[in-house]
Ligand binder design. Structure first.
Ligand SMILES: C[C@H](O)[C@H](O)[C@H]1CNC2=NC(N)=NC(=O)C2=N1
Length: 102
């Protein structure tokens, strides 16, 4: 899997405004989600996990109660690849089906 060029990354991230880029580990993207409660957060994580397993591309994540923080990067590319962008889009689509935190 090829690492994205700077121009490819900037183009992709323009359509993922909630995701922040960090140059660590060759390049990664991160987003924080807040749900109504732990049950909602974990239901979201379950949907993401099932998709991740099917597509063999997995989030690094941290959950406390209603908060889920997600990091995406591609190990063999040593940075950001199209697979991270595709997973970020799918994660956004899944999250959009959940009610936001009150
Ligand atoms: C062997 C297996 O395909 C790899 O370890 C996959 C699994 N899931 C992965 N997920 C993510 N986010 N990055 C990877 O590089 C990655 N590699």
């Amino acid at each position: 899997m090829q690492r994205l060029t700077d121009a490819q990354r900037e183009h992709a991230l323009a359509s993922l405004p909630a995701w922040g880029y960090a140059p660590e580990r060759g390049g990664l993207i991160q987003r924080r989600f807040t749900f109504a409660n732990f049950t909602q957060a974990f239901a979201f994580m379950t949907e993401v996990a099932l998709h991740a397993e099917k597509s063999d591309h997995h989030p690094e994540w941290f959950n406390v109660y209603n908060r889920v923080e997600i990091t995406l990067t591609t190990h063999d590319a040593e940075g950001l690849s199209e697979r991270d962008i595709a997973l970020a889009r799918r994660i956004d689509a899944i999250a959009a089906r959940f009610a936001p935190a009150p």
